[in-house]
Design a protein around this ligand. Structure first.
Ligand SMILES: CC(C)(COP(=O)(O)OP(=O)(O)OC[C@H]1O[C@@H](n2cnc3c(N)ncnc32)[C@H](O)[C@@H]1OP(=O)(O)O)[C@@H](O)C(=O)NCCC(=O)NCCS
Length: 460
């Protein structure tokens, strides 16, 4: 049944098949059962093992962007350098096997991934549908947010607009209001959950309004359809609701891109800001601005821009040799090859492979020149990057493949692509926000050192 057989996945699937059609709990009810167990686990870690050593801090960590330093608690997913991401022990292939899809669809949907990330459990079909409904019922934007977005210049980068919209939604924050009223610390997570679900519910309308304002001004925007899942609604509001394949692609992309452990720049930023007890809206807005950097989330827009430039330069007869030459040109000009390399991964990214698999099952995608170029580049680039000798990971990451499929289906405005990533990554960052409050994690405050202070410590 499983494409990859992990013990955790088999166990989860067994539990799931026993109750798949039975349970109709809400995500909050499931969390009420899970939170005390995790709180106990943390208490035991603190009381019994707080002095256990997990690694060393070396000068290379301090001056090298803390790469590999084990210093954050993050519950929803763990990233293995060779195997890639696992969500509560499940690989992407496991998730594709056990997480419910949308009615009429095959791909994982955001709601079932969110459920897994939040609770560590696989939702039933009924639970997934109920969560979709719950989100759709609160999916419309408040009027002041619509006015704010409509007042922004269409030339303002869509990611800047998304961050502004998310931050301004904190006007609605139940967490902030409850904090001001003076609630107890052990109640934080419940308000954090409410805000997180409210924000996730509104992200499609927010992101779709930005798309409409920037690229299709004056076009009417459909209302949220209460019978659709989150991404079904997003595709519909973007104007692609009748494109089943694109909707399915967006479902897959948004689900598998939802979390990539805690150390990446956007997750870490939102975690840090959340640790100050800034509400989930402000915390995630901060994460979005980290996502907007070209070495992180903006890479998906950069990949397509770069591949299309390559296509233009190489003309009709593109060969492995001509791609090799083009790669060297990029590297010799001092630029990075976008979509390749990773801070943690040391193998082709399984998310890249999942998107390639999606293409492999659709003849129209396989015939598309830009999809073909992405695939051909993958056949050449790792060897070139190895020869170049700098990057520790010469293999593609998810962004190498994500944009070309969107382009094929007519979502051609690549400055918008990171916004879709931003809709997706909310799943993981907001999950952790809830857990950080449930576990009562403290404000983050690592120790910084000057170079003189480092030298003094070395001498001592
Ligand atoms: C993702 C990324 C930022 C990771 O950075 P990192 O952890 O510092 O990576 P490494 O340790 O392998 O970097 C070592 C060197 O290789 C270079 N390198 C890494 N990836 C490279 C790439 N794709 N092309 C060319 N050079 C690359 C780095 O710039 C660095 O050079 P320097 O020593 O001159 O500063 C980096 O691989 C990159 O810039 N990739 C392209 C952008 C991208 O796809 N981002 C999306 C990531 S999901």
């Amino acid at each position: 049944m499983f494409r990859s057989s992990s013990f955790a996945a088999r166990n989860l699937a067994k539990t799931c098949s026993q109750r798949r059609f039975a349970s109709t709990k809400t995500v909050r009810e499931v969390l009420e059962e899970v939170v005390p167990k995790k709180q106990l686990q943390l208490k035991q870690l603190k009381t019994e093992h707080s002095q256990a050593v997990l690694g060393e801090v070396k000068v290379e960590h301090v001056v090298g962007g803390m790469r590999g330093l084990k210093s954050m608690l993050w519950e929803a997913s763990v990233l293995d350098p060779l195997e890639g991401i696992r969500f509560h022990g499940l690989s992407i292939a496991d998730c594709q096997n056990v997480l419910p899809a949308a009615p009429g669809g095959k791909e994982i949907i955001a709601e079932s991934m969110l459920w897994l990330l939040l609770t560590g459990k696989i939702p039933t079909e009924a639970e997934t549908r109920q969560l979709s409904r719950q989100l759709a019922e609160k999916g419309e934007l408040p009027e002041y947010i619509e006015k704010l977005l409509d007042s922004l210049p269409p030339t303002l980068h869509p990611m800047t607009q998304l961050g502004m919209g998310v931050a301004a939604l904190n006007h609605e924050s139940k967490f902030q209001a409850a904090y001001e009223r003076g609630i107890k610390k052990n109640e934080y997570w419940q308000y954090a959950l409410e805000d997180s679900l409210d924000l996730l519910a509104r992200l499609p309308a927010l992101a779709a309004r930005i798309y409409r304002n920037v690229y299709n001004p004056g076009q009417p925007l459909p209302k949220v359809n209460k019978d659709l899942d989150l991404v079904g609604n997003y595709a519909n509001m973007l104007g692609f609701g009748d494109n089943h394949d694109l909707t399915e692609y967006l479902r897959l992309y948004i689900a598998i891109h939802g979390d990539h452990e805690g150390g990446n720049a956007s997750a870490h930023t939102s975690h840090l800001v959340g640790s100050t007890l800034a509400d989930p809206y402000l915390s995630y807005a901060a994460g979005l601005y980290a996502l907007a950097g070209p070495l992180h989330g903006l890479a998906n827009q950069e990949v397509l821009r770069w591949q299309m430039q390559m296509q233009k330069e190489l003309g009709d007869n593109i060969t492995h040799d001509s791609i090799r030459e083009s790669l060297w040109k990029t590297l010799k000009s001092g630029q990075v090859v976008p979509g390749y390399g990773h801070g943690v991964l040391r193998n082709p990214d399984p998310r890249f492979m999942a998107l390639q698999q999606f293409c492999d099952t659709r003849p129209s995608l396989l015939q598309d020149p830009i999809v073909q170029l992405v695939k051909k580049t993958y056949e050449v680039a790792p060897a070139v990057l190895k020869e170049h000798g700098k990057t520790k990971n010469p293999y593609p990451n998810v962004d190498a493949a994500s944009g070309c499929v969107l382009y094929h289906y007519g979502l051609t405005q690549f400055k918008y692509y990171t916004v879709i990533f931003g809709v997706s990554r909310a799943l993981g960052c907001l999950t952790q926000y809830v857990w950080s409050r449930a576990l009562g994690l403290p404000i983050e405050r690592p120790k910084s050192l000057s170079m003189d202070a480092i030298e003094k410590l070395i001498k001592e």
